[in-house]
Ligand binder design. Structure first.
Ligand code: 6PG
Length: 248
């Protein structure tokens, strides 16, 4: 596993703030001079961090007009659905920042043909990065990820087929344990990033965090273990509750 920087903060608020500081540290300089690419995580944990980034303290630190926003995964719901990862980030971050539509690249979770939606998202990524999708995976400046209590990240769930994908950047991943199929970025894209930032808080994640950092354990069972940026940084922000099973 790539050597990770691990920061443990007192609680969810402190961990969110530390993660927001890292988010800015990772992209502030680049955004002043170049188009900057960020993949947002879903779920509920990052909402407070997103709100902070859009707030008076952090907002002025980034040239947001240069930042393009993608998602690491999306549920099979419309963008107006309470479960939509797009909706949460749009309400907490993108709308408050006034991000232009051309900078927002939403996964079409509502499409009935999710494999086609995955292909379309790869094409959109290729256009935004100015590459051919059959080339090497695009290199995101920053990928934000969360961790499920079962060890999943993005929508890479234990024992699902997307864990084996080495060519496509985005796939429709059947998740039998949830009786659903989700769109998700794959390890080739996640591991091409300049920086991957995990934000994980709460007692219910302590076991999964311990399994990620255990010296043994199969990626198949703990998919977050498979996130190891080849030539980039891996940073974890935890609160004390989520870190309580870590040694040392
Ligand atoms: C999703 C996320 C997923 C999330 C974890 C943690 O669509 O659910 O992308 O990987 O990060 O499930 O979710 P919470 O932050 O809600 O605990």
């Amino acid at each position: 596993m790539t050597a990770a920087r691990v920061h443990v903060a007192r609680d969810h608020e402190a961990a969110s703030r530390a993660a927001a500081e890292e988010f800015v540290r990772q992209i502030a300089d680049r955004s002043r001079n170049a188009t900057t690419f960020v993949a947002l995580s879903g779920g509920s944990t990052p909402k407070r961090m997103y709100q902070m980034l859009a707030g008076d303290e952090f907002r002025p630190m980034v040239t947001w007009g240069q930042v393009h926003f993608f998602w690491s995964d999306e549920r099979p719901v419309p963008p107006t659905d309470p479960d939509s990862n797009y909706r949460m980030a749009s309400e907490a971050l993108l709308q408050p920042l006034g991000i232009a539509p051309g900078q927002i690249h939403r996964m079409r979770g509502e499409d009935l043909d999710l494999p086609a939606a995955a292909r379309a998202y790869e094409e959109e990524m290729a256009r935004a990065f100015g590459v051919q999708w059959k080339s090497h995976p695009p290199r995101f400046d920053l990928v934000l990820l969360g961790l499920g209590a079962d060890g999943h990240t993005a929508s890479l769930f234990p024992r699902t087929v997307a864990l084996q994908e080495r060519r496509h950047w985005v796939v429709a991943n059947p998740v039998p344990q949830l009786r659903t199929t989700r769109l998700t970025m794959t390890y080739p894209v996640l591991n091409a990033a300049r920086c991957v930032l995990f934000l994980v808080t709460g007692r219910d994640k302590a076991e999964a965090v311990a399994r990620v950092f255990s010296p043994t354990g199969a990626v198949e069972e703990v998919p977050a273990r498979g996130v190891c940026p080849h030539d980039g940084e891996l940073v974890w922000f935890l609160d004390e509750a989520a870190a309580r099973r870590l040694d040392g």
